[in-house]
Design a protein around this ligand. Structure first.
Ligand code: HMG
Ligand code: MG
Length: 318
């Protein structure tokens, strides 16, 4: 039963990262056409934003080495999504990645920084300060070409090498990412250690630093089972964009303790129960994640996919 809660947003945007964060850590190479089908099915399920892939160095993330092939197939008028596929965001770390995205006429990129020195080095081969030197010309040229730019910050709640990450450090890095010209800042709990009170404190610190909740998104990994509880803290703080990955796929190849992302189905179940609009068709999303789990050869880690996977659509609701 859907029981609307007072004082929560009436609508949220789900930013789907399954095709990127979800697949980037898969060891066995997935055929490009399977990835394209995954993206098309996610769009068809009503997800308003579907991050498709990464224009990173192919040696750093071999699974996504086919980014250009995937995006050119998706923008094909006959077999893909046509011009609308150019609105699917892609990760871009530097100007080389931007060039590759510009060649395809893509309109949305995301740069991704780290709140800690160690992860900046492991994920980007840069110091914390050097990462900004890499992003600045990238964002400037992207904006100058009419692109929208999202910025991620990783390790906002804890870092496997450095431990606790001070809130002021995260706010400082986040402000610097926004000051480059990003329209939205996604705060990543890369290793899933955050808890609800920490979410509240972090969002409050950003607001106190002059960053409105309308510019923030939350990106939870469910490693310690806290993701949905953290979403509720975010909702109470007024955040209306949540990153999630279909079927709970995911992990970061450069942070071994980063396991699955918050499953989109689990998020949809919570939002529906709270009477919060999201626009996603749960039955077709579950069917998509079940199909992808068969391709990957293991069951989905999402509780909702496991519960609903074999059932006829729409017989059970929150
Ligand atoms: P580098 O080795 O320092 O690169 O890597 P470089 O700038 O020294 O360039 C070396 C060579 O790589 C050059 O070629 C470049 O052209 C080439 P050469 O002249 O030697 O022939 N190159 C590229 N080729 C293709 N595409 C590119 C590119 N860039 C350089 N974009 C680099 C630096 C940033 C490239 C590398 O560290 C990298 O690709 N890192 C990506 C790591 C990654 O994708 N991690 C996962 C995503 S982050 C994440 O999952 C967290 C998130 O979900 C939020 C959360 O959960 O917290 C977003
Ligand atoms: Mg992530």
């Amino acid at each position: 039963m859907s029981v609307p809660s007072r004082d929560l947003p009436s609508r949220v945007t789900i930013y789907e990262v399954g095709a990127r964060d979800g697949l980037q850590n898969e060891k066995a190479l997935i055929p490009t056409e399977t990835k394209a089908e995954f993206v098309r099915r996610l769009v068809a399920a009503g997800l308003p934003v579907v991050e498709a892939t990464s224009f990173v160095h192919p040696r750093w993330v071999p699974q996504l080495a086919d980014a250009a092939e995937l995006m050119s197939g998706l923008t094909d008028e006959t077999s893909g999504l046509g011009d609308s596929a150019r609105d699917l965001p892609v990760l871009v770390p530097n100007e080389r990645g931007l060039d590759r995205a510009l060649e395809l006429g893509l309109r949305h990129i995301a740069v991704f920084g780290s709140a800690t020195e160690t992860f900046a080095s492991k994920n980007l081969n840069r110091t914390l300060d050097e990462q900004f030197a890499m992003f600045a010309p990238t964002v400037e040229r992207a904006r100058g070409s009419g692109m929208d730019v999202r910025a991620y910050v990783s390790m906002c709640f804890g870092d496997p090498w450095e431990g606790a990450v001070p809130i002021e450090q995260v706010v400082d890095v986040g402000r610097r990412m926004l000051d480059l010209g990003a329209s939205q800042l996604s705060l990543g709990d890369t290793i899933g250690v955050g808890t609800a009170g920490h979410v509240t404190a972090l969002v409050e610190a950003f607001v106190a630093a002059g960053v409105g909740v309308d510019r923030l998104a939350l990106h939870f990994h469910d490693t310690y089972g806290q993701a949905l509880s953290n979403v509720q803290a975010g909702l109470r703080a007024g955040i209306t964009t949540y990153d999630a990955s279909a079927g709970g796929l995911g992990g970061c190849p450069y942070a071994e303790s980063a396991t699955g992302n918050l499953a989109t189905e689990d998020l949809v179940w919570l939002l529906t129960g709270l009477g919060i609009e999201h626009g996603v068709d749960l039955a077709s999303l579950v069917a998509t994640s079940t199909w992808m789990a068969e391709h990957l050869g293991r069951p989905s880690p999402s509780a909702v996919v496991r519960a609903l996977g074999g059932r006829p659509a729409d017989t059970i609701t929150p």
